[in-house]
Design a binder for this molecule. Structure first.
Ligand SMILES: [Zn+2]
Length: 262
């Protein structure tokens, strides 16, 4: 069983990387041709984002994938056959994991020790596709571990978890991107999905907006749980954290462990 899980994990992991890579490449090029906001000239933030990404990428096969495999091998009960397959069950699992991720994101903002990790993502003073990979390794590992709670409690099939992760990564790349979409299309899409116009407000350097718009894939959670900001996204909107500057890469890595981390 464990061997089967391992080989399934590596095959599905490959498909996930391919899908995310294709979406990343498409939007990375797209946001350079059709920019919603003027990109900064400095390459410093690009190097910081890529540096944090490289750390997560190197550690994922050693830490994050084994956490997912552990969950798949330790489900708390077994679903009846009728609940294991089918598009409706797959969609329900994706919606439930997105709901879990919404509340986790609120916790990353509101629990002080978790905010120490998550603010590394929010220090970014501009947003584009590379921001989607700018997370502290600690946040990635803790998120994967906490996600085992709904996975094991609801006995989610590994294929559904990996399908969610694929949709999730693509959604995160999309809503951080600096792609300029036709206003009417983005407004219509934002009724269902989190678009850049929604998520950029989450990165607005005004604390009230930073603690709003937590949803990742489906935009209804912020409306349902009253965390949707009414601030409209503008081209000149200041991105980052209120009264705080971005830090060099080493400082970002150490931020969660520093006493006076601002
Ligand atoms: Zn956040």
């Amino acid at each position: 069983m464990e061997g089967a899980v391992q080989s399934f994990l590596s095959a599905a992991g490959g498909a996930k990387v391919l899908a995310a890579g294709a979406v990343f490449a498409l939007l990375f090029i797209g946001e350079r041709i059709l920019s919603a906001a003027p990109p900064p000239r400095s390459r410093q933030r690009l190097l910081r984002n890529l540096g944090l990404w490289a750390i997560v990428l190197a550690a994922s096969p050693l830490i994050v994938a084994p956490i997912t495999a552990f969950g798949a091998n330790h489900l708390l009960w077994e679903r009846p056959d009728a609940w294991r397959a089918g598009l409706v069950i797959l969609a329900a699992d994706i919606v439930l994991l997105d709901l879990w991720t919404y509340w986790m994101h609120r916790a990353w903002h509101r629990v002080p020790v978790m905010w120490r990790f998550h603010k590394v993502h929010h220090f970014d003073e501009f947003l584009d596709t590379t921001s989607a990979f700018r997370f502290h390794l600690g946040e990635v590992v803790i998120s994967a571990a906490l996600r085992l709670i709904p996975i094991m409690a609801l006995a989610m099939p590994l294929a559904h978890v990996l399908a969610f992760e694929t949709v999730f990564i693509c959604a995160v790349i999309f809503h951080h991107s600096n792609l300029r979409l036709p206003a009417g299309f983005e407004r219509a899409l934002s009724k269902l999905m989190v678009t850049p116009s929604i998520h950029w407000v989450h990165h607005h350097a005004v604390m009230k907006d930073t603690h709003s718009n937590y949803a990742a894939i489906f935009s209804l959670w912020d409306r349902l749980f009253a965390s949707r900001s009414t601030t409209p996204r503008t081209r000149e909107m200041k991105i980052g954290l209120e009264s705080v500057e971005d830090k060099p890469l080493l400082r970002l890595i150490l931020t969660p462990f520093m006493r006076s981390a601002s």
